[in-house]
Write a protein that binds this ligand. Structure first.
Ligand SMILES: Nc1ncnc2c1ncn2[C@@H]1O[C@H](COP(=O)(O)OP(=O)(O)O)[C@@H](O)[C@H]1O
Ligand SMILES: [Mg+2]
Length: 399
């Protein structure tokens, strides 16, 4: 007999966790900034959240988006991609938000109508013929968002949006996920636009939150040197033991299902504080129950074996499969050293004296989010346990 229905755990990408554990302090910081932006009608320093894949950046952004939407804010939420212009994605999201507002039947203020025209000007850049009007049949606003300077134009549309929101008694939240994917030119435009809007004499209520991989702060600084002083950077990492306990225990408890203490310990140890593994182990332990209202230590053990297998066959394997031969050699050398390895030792393992050659592979692996640099001269696996997996499948021993 199994009891898999009603499973509250949500392993995956960007899926809303049943309990968003361990992020209270950061949420509080951003939420109070949002309150302030709204009350004072201002736009303060933009936020950047960075962390490894699976740490919960998207889940956190989604939480903020929901919070803003609940308060009737205008919400512009996009994901950057390497193969599409950021401005285009932003303008599509703005169009969608403006249309949503129109449909709500609320009266359209002058500022709203103006924002619509500024958006039109902004869009003519990607679509000079105006064929895709994004549903708006309006004339472009002459002299706004049409300078051809991407930063100034972006600032114009942000400002117009902020004005419209203010006139409706709300504010604007802009979130951009996977920001490290955007091109250098797009990031430079974004930095300059946000820099400009934060210095306007006539400020608008607007909050910006970007998120991305650990190299994002460096990528932003590379686009514009003052980026390191302009943003407020926050990293999100693994959950503590208590936070992991909460993330596992509470969702079940809310459904009248209780973890045996030993089962909980096992799942926490298995998860290593990694939010993705917390959801994965929670889901498998839940499904392995033989008793309706208890997750016993025995059942949990079964569940975790299944979880491990799913992670091996899914997450780890797809990463391994996507790596090139040179990347695999690099990863193998790393894994034979441990979860973290000095570049010099990897070079030794590979019998390479040419560090430049290695650095190309290293850079590609960082870009793919496979590894990161915890300190100068060192690299570490981005995914917990990936080193063990590589040792298992290639049968090399650590040390
Ligand atoms: N604070 C958290 N507590 C518990 N689970 C979380 C938390 N944040 C994210 N998760 C879960 O972890 C997984 C990865 O989250 P996601 O937001 O996609 O990470 P990222 O965007 O950093 O790659 C998802 O299954 C999500 O439900
Ligand atoms: Mg994400």
């Amino acid at each position: 007999m199994s009891y898999s229905e009603g499973n509250p755990y949500r392993p995956g990408a960007g899926r809303r966790p049943p309990v968003l554990a361990g992020r209270d302090a950061l949420i509080q910081t951003i939420a109070s900034e949002m309150d302030r932006a709204y009350e004072d009608e201002t736009c303060d320093q933009p936020f950047v959240i960075w962390g490894l894949r699976g740490m919960g950046k998207t889940a956190l952004l989604n939480y903020l988006v929901e919070r803003a939407a609940d308060q009737d804010w205008m919400v512009i939420s996009v994901e950057a991609a390497s193969d599409e212009s950021l401005a285009k994605r932003i303008s599509q999201a703005i169009a969608q938000e403006l249309r949503r507002y129109e449909r709500s039947g609320k009266p359209l203020t002058a500022a709203f109508k103006f924002a619509r025209s500024v958006l039109k000007s902004f869009q003519l850049k990607f679509d000079p013929t105006g064929a895709t009007s994004f549903g708006f049949n309006v004339d472009p606003a002459q002299g706004y968002a049409d300078s051809g300077d991407s930063a100034m134009d972006l600032q114009d549309i942000m400002h117009a949006l902020g004005d419209a929101a203010r006139e409706q008694g709300s504010a604007v939240l802009i979130t951009i996920d996977e920001l490290q994917e955007a091109s250098k030119a797009d990031l430079s435009a974004l930095n300059r636009a946000l820099h400009g809007i934060g210095q306007e004499i006539d400020p608008v209520p607007l909050v910006f939150v970007g998120a991305g991989l650990p190299d994002l702060p460096a990528v932003l600084a590379d686009a514009t040197s003052y980026a390191e002083r302009m943003y407020r950077f926050f990293s999100i990492g693994s959950l503590s033991e208590d936070e992991s306990l909460e993330a596992l225990r509470v969702p079940a408890m809310n459904k009248q299902v209780f973890w045996e203490e030993k089962a909980l310990r096992r799942a926490v140890e298995f998860s290593q504080g990694y939010p993705y593994f917390i959801q994965q182990s929670g889901r498998c332990a839940w499904d392995a129950r033989t008793v309706r209202d208890v997750i016993t230590a025995e059942d949990c053990k079964e569940g975790l074996a299944i979880a491990q297998n799913e992670i091996d066959q899914g997450l780890y394997r797809s990463r391994w499969d996507r790596a090139t031969d040179a990347e695999r050699d690099f990863l193998k050398a790393m894994a034979s050293i441990g979860a973290e390895a000095p570049i010099s030792e990897i070079a030794q393992h590979l019998g390479k004296r040419d560090l430049k050659e290695l650095s190309v592979v290293r850079q590609a692996l960082i870009k793919k989010g496979q590894i990161y640099s915890p300190e100068r001269g060192k690299v570490a696996f981005a995914l917990p346990g990936f080193d063990g997996y590589i040792r298992r499948i290639t049968a090399v021993s650590p040390g």
